[in-house]
Design a protein around this ligand. Structure first.
Ligand SMILES: O=P(O)(O)OC[C@H]1O[C@@H](O)[C@@H](O)[C@@H](O)[C@@H]1O
Length: 560
């Protein structure tokens, strides 16, 4: 594929940005077009049998408060066409090796292919082959039901009531985020811990809280070679064997979620207690795979299945909807519009939902590990900016911390606001929910309409020298996502997949490989070398004076 800036739609968008984009005033656009909301709002509906509402759940994506006209959207769609977004999407769903730097298919949609469409990689039916998607799912169902019912017992015959998932990156962020988001559906008698950091505090605190007789460890690692995970897992194993005086049965208390059977076996886990998946599942796309076992244990298999089904519904929308109606495509194109034509460097995602408090952290890996790349498909550096810095926190909290900058700072921060119409906790007769919703609506409105100097003065009693400080420029774009009911498993699945395919669309336009992650390697290699040097005499070798100086100081102060 060609670099994005060589496409004719790109130059066309540049000219369009100069003539229209730069001058569009959103509040005026709404005044002059009463149909603007309808024109730029798109909807998916999740069917009743999977959704949390008895009539199905609509999820509304309101793109109307973005800096676009109908012409802009047409031109962005043209860019997607010229960049081959549809062709690339179809190649992904056909199991082609679109992860061209690793020679792998990108096939996580198969994990949520609950309608059992034929899906093949290298001619192999990944759904029904031995060890394939359906078999692993069945293993997850059986195992989770055994653990949840107490039929699966620890070495002293007790029910397992503490689950410690040890994993990092994609083997942690998905399970953490989803179990938090679906806490309402979680088993109340289960305590979950997620240990990811190599900082010994993380595993120590989880172990201090746990009883070896009733603890189940899930060692979650696609490669089973990640230093943090293998070190934490070994520490957990030592703790378990010490605490049980060597009587503890590893087979009853440790399972592996991985693609690497030989390393799993070396660690001492019976392959019968391994839940596998394939190399075509990228770490940041793995919550749908065996890596999601903690989710299944916590919310039960039926809910996990709905989670997959909601994701599948969004996959189908992405596959079938024409580009101009295609919700993740529009989201991705807007990101390109702001990044490449307005110079935006960031993207804020603010869920107005406490259960979604880890959603922005999850999206950081999804987006920034996928599209934090410079090199395009022909091996040359992109001459345009690529993946934005994604950040966020739940609202209303974020409003009381960094929203100052979003409203009055010098940077353009395209923002997504997410709200569910219904709360799982309608306390105080829904007062909280109504206040939450009023903030969700008010923030997007305030960011758009702003406040002029005249309006500030009209409020009266404002000293003239304070007027400029109280002005809000407005015209700051937001996308409002409204879940027309509760956020249950299916709704959550669909929301995640919206962002997955938004990220796909961005990468497809930018002509980068969204599916490798070479950028995480260099630090790992250097850390290995330095780890050795900590145990050797001196302050290491071949380092710059800062690294060497700090290494020496660390050893001296730490007594190493
Ligand atoms: O699941 P494992 O193999 O332990 O990897 C955990 C994480 O490691 C990081 O360095 C990246 O490669 C991530 O994409 C990955 O999710």
């Amino acid at each position: 594929m060609a670099p994005a800036n060589s496409l004719s739609a790109w130059s066309d968008l540049q000219a369009h940005h100069e003539s229209v984009g730069k001058t569009i005033v959103l509040k005026d656009a709404f005044k002059s077009d009463p149909k603007r909301f309808d024109k730029f709002t798109r909807k998916v509906t999740l069917p009743a049998d999977i959704s949390s509402g008895s009539n199905g759940t609509d999820i509304i994506f309101d793109f109307s408060k973005n800096l676009i006209t109908e012409e802009t959207l047409d031109k962005l769609v043209k860019l997607a066409e010229e960049a081959g977004v549809e062709k690339k999407r179809d190649a992904m769903f056909a199991g082609e090796k679109i992860n061209f730097t690793e020679g792998r298919a990108v096939y996580h949609p198969a994990l949520r292919n609950v309608t059992n469409q034929p899906m093949k990689v290298d001619g192999v039916d990944v759904m029904n082959t031995k060890g394939g998607v359906n078999e692993v799912l069945e293993h997850m169902r059986v195992f989770s039901e055994q653990v949840r019912s107490g039929e699966w017992k620890g070495y002293t015959g007790k029910k397992l009531t503490t689950i410690i998932n040890i994993g990092i990156g994609g083997s942690d962020l998905g399970p953490v985020m989803v179990t938090e988001a679906l806490k309402h559906y979680g088993a109340k008698d289960l305590t979950l811990h997620f240990v990811s950091n190599i900082d010994g505090t993380h595993i120590a605190e989880a172990l201090a809280d746990s009883d070896p007789e009733t603890t189940l460890f899930l060692i979650a690692s696609k490669t089973f070679t990640t230093a943090e995970t293998t070190t934490n897992a070994n520490t957990a194993k030592t703790w378990f064997l010490e605490k049980t005086g060597g009587k503890g049965d590893i087979a009853k208390h440790f399972v592996a979620l991985s693609t690497n059977e030989s390393e799993v076996t070396k660690f001492g886990i019976d392959p019968a207690n391994m839940f596998g998946f394939e190399s075509w599942v990228g770490g940041r796309y793995s919550v749908w795979s065996a890596i999601g076992l903690s989710v299944v244990l916590y919310v039960g298999f039926d809910n996990f299945h709905k989670f997959l089904a909601g994701a599948h519904a969004m996959d189908q929308h992405f596959q079938k909807a024409p580009l101009k109606e295609n919700i993740p495509v529009i989201g991705g194109l807007l990101s390109v519009w702001y990044s490449n034509f307005y110079g935006a460097q960031t993207h804020l995602v603010a869920p107005f939902d406490q259960y979604l408090h880890r959603f922005p952290a999850y999206l950081q890996q999804l987006s920034m590990e996928s599209n934090g790349k410079t090199i395009t498909s022909d091996g040359t550096p992109a001459k345009y900016t690529t993946g934005p810095v994604v950040f966020g926190e739940p609202c209303t909290n974020a409003q009381h911390s960094f929203f100052q900058l979003v409203h009055q700072g010098t940077k353009l921060i395209p923002s997504d606001f997410i709200l569910a119409a219904k709360s799982h906790n309608p306390v105080s007769n829904n007062l909280h929910q109504k206040m939450l919703a009023s903030n969700y609506l008010a923030q997007a409105e305030a960011l758009m309409v702003g406040k002029t100097a005249e309006e500030v003065r009209a409020e009266g009693n404002v000293p003239e020298e304070l007027v400029p400080h109280k002005v809000f420029m407005g015209n700051r774009p937001t996308t409002s996502i409204l879940v027309g009911g509760l956020i249950g498993p299916a709704e959550l699945g669909a929301l995640i997949v919206y962002y997955e395919h938004l990220t796909f669309t961005e990468g497809a336009v930018w002509d980068i490989n969204s599916f490798d992650q070479w950028g995480v390697e260099l630090g790992k290699v250097l850390a290995k070398k330095i780890l050795k040097e900590i145990d050797e005499e001196g302050a290491g070798s071949g380092h710059d004076s800062s690294t060497g100086g700090l290494l020496g100081a660390f050893k001296a102060y730490g007594g190493f």
